[in-house]
Write a protein that binds this ligand. Sequence first.
Ligand code: ADP
Ligand code: ZN
Ligand code: ZN
Length: 732
Amino acid sequence: MRPRVARVAIAAPLYSLFDYLIPDGIAAAAGCRVRVSFGRSRAIGVITALGDESQCPIERLKPLDAVLDAEPLLAGRDLEFLAWVAAYYHHPPGEVFAAALPLRLRKAEAALAVGEPVWALTRAGSAQLASPPARAPRQAELLAWLGAQPGGVAPQSQLGGELPNSRGVLRALCAKGWVEARQLAGRVDPVVAGGHDRVLNDDQAAALAALSAGIGGYAVTLLDGVTGSGKTEVYLRLAAEVLARGQAVLVLVPEISLTPQLLRRFQARLGSAVRVLHSGLSAGEREQTWHRVRLGLSRVLLGTRSAIFTPIADLGLVVVDEEHDPSFKQTEGFRYSARDLAVVRAQRADCPVVLGSATPSLESLRNVQAGRYRHLRLDRRAGGAQDPHVGLLDIRDQPLQAGMSQPLLDRVQKTLEAGEQVMLFLNRRGFAPVLSCFSCGWLSDCPRCDARQTLHRASGLLWCHHCGAQRPVPRVCPGCGAPELHPLGQGTEQLEGFLTERFSAYPLIRIDRDATARKGSLERQFARLQAATAALLVGTQMLAKGHHFPRVTLVGVLDADGGLYSADFRSTERMAQLLVQVAGRAGRGDRPGRVLIQTRYPDHPLLQTLVRNGYRAFAEEALAERRAAGMPPFSHQALLRADAGDAQTAHAFLDAVAAWAIGLAVAGVEIWGPVPAPMARRAGRHRAHLLLQSTQRDALHGVLNALPPFAADLPAARRVRWSLDVDPVDLY
Ligand code: ADP
Ligand code: ZN
Ligand code: ZN
């Protein structure tokens, strides 16, 4: 007997799955998308299971409208993984399943078939949509039609059906570069595993041997290696071994666009089998890659956090590079940790997972302590480079110019004169974080947030980095009309201006989100640096991301104090990671490096431990503190956030949830709040949160299981925006 009932995850904010009858003559399989009627409208969903029974009476079930895929897009293993994810994060399952699909397939569009040509709007083509070619109406029509397709992509069959006889028009548009032909090639990417040109050092060889012995089974390994110790070299060799067995490799990285070097290295070593997934690609490109790895045509996927949901044929290895990086956590909408999910995914695929970092997260170190993760260490830099010398620079009594003390300036001068490169790290973009009036005390407050608007002098704007609100820089004080306003503090724009004047003989490269907003500009900046001998490099935390700048021998940290006394209990961990990662850019070539950290708190115990004894010693102290305070990773948290037009409404909603949760009286679950969020007003909304914490994950999840449906049904829920964050990484 054919199963009669399909259980469907509908792409909507609903906490349950819904059963539909499978009409006679329709072939349905788990993992196929379906169109169903839901309430008064139509919806798209994914079949998660087939069966003969339902909790609803069978005669009350509605039939499916249509099954959209002839073959399942998601395999049984993928469906189980996604169901687990939805349950763990207490997120609507339909939205979790949708997150695993390329944009176009979240709608009712047909999936690309192997070998079928696809037409896609190019970037130039998208730019033409606003001013279509007036003298070529058919071109304009096709352009508009393609522009209206999800992602600007349509398969040939659909285009031919809706706009017949359009070959000539397509050819003209392709010639103009507005449209391009793509196809999901059926060819299998050749794997070029090999091309090793150097001998591994003893530590690397030992790590590789331990890891390769574990291929074919699940185990988590923390590869804890100082910056430049050759971790990437180990991943590459391990990946080559897994590929040689005919299996696939998933590599998660924090941000691909910031580390083009890493991608090139993977491609050079593993061949064209390496495909990438990140948000900078067009929807069409992403869908191609998605199908290719799903079908086993490509075997290496290098991607940012959302790549964790990609179905992959024969997954044999998962690598998370820079596993401590906060960008593995999605902090809006569906909030998940790709690092944590990498472990779950590997367990389900029964394959090894390697978490690599020079500054491992306290969570991972805790798992090592508890015997859950294996710990492999690389303590020396590979290839003979020496560890940098790190020192603190007390700036309490120092006059500063654009944030730089005289000793740091002298050191910069010497380094440049020696023909070497300098990197200066200041984690604030813009010219100055505040503009102020000395006559009346006016400050550049954001009208919509509890924050200041940053002065961006080059663009003549006051700009809030929290909500994006902008206004032109006022000519006179808006408070008292005084003719002069004064910038307070420094940002990278100011530092750049000062250094360009001071060291005019040397090229200066600024790396931050403003300076590299245009596509390709980051690559151009890196190329300039590579071509130069003596040069200055100024930037924000974008500089801390795994770059390899062999000629940098001096790293200056302008302000280490921001993270020392913050309200967030994770801020010291972040600060330590950032400092060590930035410091790790120094002396990666044959000349030794020096790191100077400016601070007003040279006796701070964290800085002392970090500078004298390194990150591991710091991490041990920090873990001991967390243990004593019962904070994560020694307890588990979930954060319920709410915001509303006024503070009262947000608090009333959270009060109701808190009362309910307390009433459940689950042993071992603490409920703290509601309290105002650290930034109580943002983008005009008043924000508050409720923290749930327990040393037992099961107990916590016992409460969380019932929380979203309860909260969604509260009358107050209609007047707030709320979200549940399981394992939050910030309380912001
Ligand atoms: P990590 O990923 O730990 O930062 P990498 O793998 O990027 O380290 O290695 C740092 C540098 O050392 C790179 O330039 C790399 O090519 C080089 N390197 C790595 N392993 C070796 C080795 N065994 N012998 C010589 N050079 C090496
Ligand atoms: Zn004033
Ligand atoms: Zn704002």
